[in-house]
Design a binder for this molecule. Sequence first.
Ligand SMILES: [Zn+2]
Length: 254
Amino acid sequence: MNIDRRQLSPAEQLLWGYGVTDPSHIDLVAIANDKGAEVKFRPLGGCEARLVARGDSAIISVSSTSSQGRQRFSLAHELAHWICDRDRGVFLCAKEDIGPQNSEAKSVEGHANNYASQLILPTYLVDPWLKGRRANLDVANQLSKEFSCSLTAAAIKLVKQYSAPACLACHSNRGLVWHQRSLSFPSDFYVVGQVHHDTAAFEMLFGVGGGITRPKAEPANRWISGPQTYRLEVIAQTVKLPDSTVLTMISLNR
Ligand SMILES: [Zn+2]
């Protein structure tokens, strides 16, 4: 594997230093132990994960009642605190603090999420894997299996690394919760605040439907607003998430 180390993020450099050249090599518990942190999975009241640091050692506790993908992200998030913010001692991190969708905030939590995303989905392994693949949720699902992460984390990474215009949107029945654009998604296009009543996402949110749709060509203005969007078409694919929100990958069809 040919890598320019100067291009790697700090989390990727850590993985590279441990000889990680395949997603199956990313053993977060082993890395935590090597860095002096013991990891415990157990029921936690009131928070999703926590770090208690004392000198050169620490205990990381991760809520054992969450999904496996979430537990892995939480562990990576606390590991980020241990490596980057250890002088602060104790971290009690709530569910809202931890998640790949909160990685751009300029805060200690945002930084830990960004670092965690790179530990779980390092760009130097993801980019070669994504080569030639499309931005849709089926590909995100394969990526999540390959890298043992949640579908949401994989879909966010996919759209961030995607070269063509695409956008990932999460809606609840009250409106748009968050979204992530690919770099080439036009800056004057916006994801609609409410899901359109002619979409499968609407049925999933307000009816009893669940599961995942097939990627489908739809008029762009069902999903995005902006100049000339009424002339455009998108490919949209939606999945219902366990928290009852819907996640949709939208890519411009041209
Ligand atoms: Zn935190």
